[in-house]
Design a protein around this ligand. Sequence first.
Ligand SMILES: *[C@@H]1O[C@H](CO)[C@@H](O)[C@H](O)[C@H]1NC(C)=O
Ligand SMILES: *[C@@H]1O[C@H](CO)[C@@H](O)[C@H](O)[C@H]1NC(C)=O
Ligand SMILES: *[C@@H]1O[C@H](CO)[C@@H](O)[C@H](O)[C@H]1NC(C)=O
Ligand SMILES: *[C@@H]1O[C@H](CO)[C@@H](O)[C@H](O)[C@H]1NC(C)=O
Ligand SMILES: *[C@@H]1O[C@H](CO)[C@@H](O)[C@H](O)[C@H]1NC(C)=O
Ligand SMILES: *[C@@H]1O[C@H](CO)[C@@H](O)[C@H](O)[C@H]1NC(C)=O
Ligand SMILES: *[C@@H]1O[C@H](CO)[C@@H](O)[C@H](O)[C@H]1NC(C)=O
Ligand SMILES: *[C@@H]1O[C@H](CO)[C@@H](O)[C@H](O)[C@H]1NC(C)=O
Ligand SMILES: *[C@@H]1O[C@H](CO)[C@@H](O)[C@H](O)[C@H]1NC(C)=O
Length: 476
Amino acid sequence: MKLTLLALAALPAVTAETILGVYIFHRHGDRTPKALAPANLTSLGQEQVYQSGAYYRSRYVASDASSPIYRLSSDVAVANQMTVTSQTDTVLQNSAQAFMQGVYPPVGTVSVEKLANGSSIEGSLNGYQYIPINAVASASSSSNAENNEWLQGGSGCGNAVVSSNNYFSSSEYLSTLKGTQDFYQGLLPVINSTFTSSQASFKNGYTIYDYINVATIHNSTIPSEDLLTNETLHELFWLANAHEWGLAYNETDPIRAVAGATLAGQIVTQLNATLTGKSKQPLGVQFGAYASFLSFFGLAQLPAVSDNFRGIVDYASSMAFELVDTSDAAVTASSYPAAADVSVRFLFANGSAAAHAPVAYPLFGQSETLLPWTTFVAEMGKFAIADTAAWCTACGNSTGVCAQFASGSDSGSGSASATSTSGNGISLPVAGVIGALVTLVVILGVEALVYFVAGLKLVKKSALAASSGPTSELKA
Ligand SMILES: *[C@@H]1O[C@H](CO)[C@@H](O)[C@H](O)[C@H]1NC(C)=O
Ligand SMILES: *[C@@H]1O[C@H](CO)[C@@H](O)[C@H](O)[C@H]1NC(C)=O
Ligand SMILES: *[C@@H]1O[C@H](CO)[C@@H](O)[C@H](O)[C@H]1NC(C)=O
Ligand SMILES: *[C@@H]1O[C@H](CO)[C@@H](O)[C@H](O)[C@H]1NC(C)=O
Ligand SMILES: *[C@@H]1O[C@H](CO)[C@@H](O)[C@H](O)[C@H]1NC(C)=O
Ligand SMILES: *[C@@H]1O[C@H](CO)[C@@H](O)[C@H](O)[C@H]1NC(C)=O
Ligand SMILES: *[C@@H]1O[C@H](CO)[C@@H](O)[C@H](O)[C@H]1NC(C)=O
Ligand SMILES: *[C@@H]1O[C@H](CO)[C@@H](O)[C@H](O)[C@H]1NC(C)=O
Ligand SMILES: *[C@@H]1O[C@H](CO)[C@@H](O)[C@H](O)[C@H]1NC(C)=O
């Protein structure tokens, strides 16, 4: 024991790195099934995201945090030090609120104020901290991301809609559709209260999986439960993963991953603002759909690290991008590190970070988990979409918000990598709106859309029988 202590004391002092800022992209917690709209965050889900927030508090925020973020308030949330965004969707927004409560819990007596007349008053709910969640609206009028069955249909990105539709005519999809017909039909006794015979196919691979998965988590009474062997459940999940990956990313057709490209633009914009503002606003948090994770994973070449990155991330998963000062000097207001001394670390937690501690992975097919800022920016710039003009070009859109860029600027290649992140980057709120515009959400199919729109949990089979070909569903 003594020896160990001595040995440690003899080592040269290791300068702890300083975290200058962090961007966290987060999935919502456990919820009710998409097939039974409206989906709600469950108590289990609240707890998952709240605990994730508590984990990040202990890592970055608390006064005894393991890697405190430079200039970030420890206990009392300071609104202009952070930007928290979520789509206008109850599951995502409630998740964001619960998460931020984990990050900044009620402050109790700290909130007590003394009034002029001498009396004292404590903030409501034991000093609950009301942290603004910037709601971003989607182009498609009333999009509730977790209720909607749209994928690119709600993204508003023309070329991405076409690209994801192409998945449904790919040989990969068609052969799986054919090969799994009997499998899905065999599950009808389990799902027939919600899915018709014509809906029971790989075409609805995700929603069927989702429906059954929720039932197994919540111990609902599942009819014909004996059909759900471990093998069947595994197959169901595997197929759902293939389906969602197919819609979210295609190596030779990058616009399909527009959600990931836009997210990349937001990440670089925010981290750059943190850096140029000397950590005045060091924390960025966004809540979004798992499909954005998948698109980003594909673009950032994470499947090269592990095939697991082709799989749907668990509820309450998060990825964090740490802006790290790697110089030896202590960071102070007067000696803020130059960009050349700053690196970025990517972390991913598959499930609530409290239970699944974030792990660092190398991005862009590199071997290092700590990339120089300049390398990070250059690599992200290969696919990031950071402003409206780039988005319009990549999406091939020329009307609506894109009309202003349409005239005379038809030189774009139409690829997602057209424009990078520099120059007249859009302001964050606008970026948030675009993020919402292009966020991928699960596709179900025209049938599901029908009952979403109609607000019905069950649809008459006759109304759905005449479902048209797969390519029509995104247009609905
Ligand atoms: C979600 O909550 C709403 C309002 O409480 C309720 O009407 C709806 O049935 C819930 N959805 C599910 C799937 O439980
Ligand atoms: C002091 O002012 C507050 C706010 O106006 C009021 O609610 C409270 O009753 C006052 N207390 C006394 C002792 O007057
Ligand atoms: C982009 O173009 C597509 C296809 O024309 C259209 O459906 C979509 O609404 C447009 N998006 C925006 C934001 O204008
Ligand atoms: C991926 O894109 C290529 C080129 O557009 C296309 O040929 C192929 O079918 C697509 N694959 C899938 C699974 O969508
Ligand atoms: C669902 O399947 C079960 C078992 O095959 C059957 O008893 C039941 O009537 C079916 N329900 C519906 C709504 O078709
Ligand atoms: C799950 O549901 C079954 C049947 O409804 C019930 O017998 C069982 O006790 C439940 N298990 C738990 C852990 O709640
Ligand atoms: C099925 O999986 C569960 C959970 O992993 C395990 O506890 C159980 O033993 C498995 N059942 C069979 C029959 O393999
Ligand atoms: C996350 O966990 C799910 C299983 O719950 C798995 O399918 C997926 O591949 C995992 N992703 C990563 C990146 O580990
Ligand atoms: C970072 O912000 C500065 C100042 O706004 C800008 O000049 C620079 O181009 C930005 N860099 C990136 C990579 O966005």
